[in-house]
Design a protein around this ligand. Structure first.
Ligand SMILES: C[S@@+](CC[C@H](N)C(=O)[O-])C[C@H]1O[C@@H](n2cnc3c(N)ncnc32)[C@H](O)[C@@H]1O
Length: 305
């Protein structure tokens, strides 16, 4: 097979760095990364197509919870469903639902309604084809979400990283996050749980954090510090529980990298060498950021006031 030298993915563009900052809408920015063909992602993610860190070990004792990626994703899913208290009859909202693993898990627990929001067309199409009971996915921005019938639980995994914009001051970031928590509080019943997972900055000062997320990978995104999440959520949510450990993501990235490399020939033949190299570099760069503790992985359990 001859490797292609150009990328055939519709939103894939390597020279994003030449683009004026702020020139992409939130939806365009999300689709740039996530609408890269579901089959492409299926070649290196686990079978549930979960695109966020697994949970590999107990945060207190260090005892292993999983010995492969699929089990680490199951353990992570069980953590969030338990933390949000998803049981029979729950009305769950999942912000940034990806390809739907959390929605499927809620459906299996007998949720009355599991609603997922995403900005990716490919993810929406994928979920619509699954036929999971009481599951609905919508192409809708979390920031504009309103509902007449409040939800009793919320989960958001790996979407919070996309909310703030590069170049924002700390005060602007906190205001952006606080608006998100206001939307969530308005959508939830009093005392409802909200389980939130996000990448955070750890050993990086603010100036560096503002410029170091690769724009070519996730345009228009800026990730939070733990303190920013705590401050922004405090008016609307009580903090119930917090865990913070970069090793979960480093271990997840190890497996994604191994899977990607194993599919090199197929990926290059179908999507081109540039795309393979781009994702290889991005996953390696991300892994380094976690092993060097520049980034960490935080899970917050919140309760609506
Ligand atoms: C890294 S993926 C995580 C997906 C899934 N939660 C998982 O763990 O596999 C990020 C998700 O957040 C969604 N997202 C990002 N910003 C969003 C926004 N403003 N409104 C709705 N969804 C958003 C993306 O469309 C995508 O589904």
């Amino acid at each position: 097979m001859t490797a292609k030298t150009d990328s055939s993915a519709k939103h894939f563009e390597l020279k994003l760095k030449d683009r004026p900052a702020g020139s992409m809408s939130q939806t365009e920015a999300i689709q740039h990364h996530y609408d890269n063909d579901t089959r492409f992602f299926s070649l290196w993610l686990d079978p549930s197509l979960t695109y966020s860190s697994g949970r590999w070990f107990d945060p207190i004792t260090g005892a292993p919870l999983a010995d492969d990626l699929a089990a680490a994703q199951d353990a992570k899913l069980a953590f969030h469903l338990d933390a949000a208290q998803v049981t029979e009859g729950t009305r769950l909202i999942d912000i940034g639902c990806g390809w739907g693993a959390t929605l499927r898990g809620a459906s299996q627990r007998g949720a009355a309604h599991a609603l997922g929001l995403t900005l990716s067309n490919d993810q929406l199409t994928h979920i619509a084809a699954q036929g999971w009971d009481n599951v609905e996915a919508r192409l809708e921005d979390a920031y504009t979400f309103t509902t007449d019938e409040p939800y009793t639980a919320a989960i958001s995994i790996g979407a919070f990283e996309h909310f703030a914009k590069p170049g924002q001051t700390r005060a602007e970031k906190i205001a952006t996050y606080a608006r998100f928590f206001e939307v969530m509080a308005a959508a939830l019943t009093p005392n409802a749980r909200f389980s939130l997972q996000t990448i955070v900055w750890e050993a990086v000062d603010f100036e560096h954090s503002n410029t170091s997320l690769p724009e070519t990978v996730f345009p228009e995104s800026s990730i939070p510090y733990i303190e920013e999440v705590v401050e922004a959520s405090a008016p609307t949510f009580r903090l119930v529980y917090l865990e913070n450990d970069p090793r979960h993501y480093a271990m997840t990235l190890d497996v994604w990298l191994k899977n990607l490399k194993a599919q090199k020939a197929l990926i290059e033949a179908e999507w081109g060498t540039e795309k393979y190299q781009f994702f290889l570099d991005y996953l390696r760069y991300s892994r380094l950021a976690f092993t060097r503790r520049k980034n960490s992985l935080a899970r917050f359990v919140l309760q609506r006031r």
